[in-house]
Design a binder for this molecule. Sequence first.
Ligand code: PLP
Length: 349
Amino acid sequence: GDAGVFTSGGTQSNLMGLMLARDAFYARQGHSVQQNGITGDLRKIKVLCSENAHFSVQKNMALLGHGYQSVVQVKSDEFARMDVADLKAKLAQAEANGEQILAIVATAGTTDAGAIDPLREIAGIAAERNIWVHVDAAWGGALLLSEKYRDYLDGLELVDSVTLDFHKQYFQTISCGAFLLKDERHYELMRYQAAYLNSEFDEEAGVPNLVSKSLQTTRRFDALKLWMGLEALGQKQYAAIIDHGVTLAQEVAKFVAAEPRLELVMQPQLASVLFRYRPEQLTDIAQIALFNQRIGDALLDSGRANVGVTENQGVTCLKLTLLNPTVTLEDIKVLLALVEKTANQLLNA
Ligand SMILES: *Cc1c(COP(=O)(O)O)cnc(C)c1O
């Protein structure tokens, strides 16, 4: 629809979502942030997101003048998804503290586990309380084009704003993201009329201009490459390459789970696989964590592979992000053999 705008990526899209949510929240109380700035007791104004939400939620709330203190983290379940019972508890607690919630940020595809928060349930809970829901679908939003896995995003259509990132599983070159807004009228909250760009005269004549929808002023033609990609591949082919990554992650997980020295950290939910190498001689989890960090570093130093190093529940693990549509399970087995070989070299060093 008309209500989307291209952005520099997920971080900027999340900034737009949080800013418009915040400004709509103040507007309901008769206050224009655009005109008068933020006001009131800022310690009483909160945003909720899961503990696995992207760090840009914190960063953006700091940038918007509310600080990290405004972000309340909701617990996640064993699959890294927002725990709805804890969301309700945190909302009740906020109410008891006299706090107001300006937005709930749900994630569709957490950066590591690929976890998709229960969007429909979250949207229902928020609707009862008139709270803005922003969905960070930077990673999982590609499933919109999927044939097999689109229903993972059930409920996305209910929310107020959405982040998409085309330089992830939409295979575009950096940078290419988008922000989607359900009710286009909310762009009024950030509207600016510049005589030299979008004069009243031009707007009445229907001359298109994105300056009132974008944080940027001069912009590149960011839509071109996505449009070309869609035209060149077509929806079916696009769906096939997106589905390939998700299906491959499931196959890789099965392989990892069957390897005696590899531990599957979590069942994959999108196109990433979290795993660890577990040396026979190490049982202490801190030592295993450090050992996996060393495997990742050694692989990178060798120039042969760059395997992601991250944490799950505070413990270091390795991550494969399976975006390349030409990669097969056989290729990944070769890579995992290299991981095992590197581990053995480190153990025998
Ligand atoms: C990658 C990512 C972002 C940040 O996107 P950039 O395009 O790097 O700014 C935000 N949220 C999630 C869930 C991500 O995976």
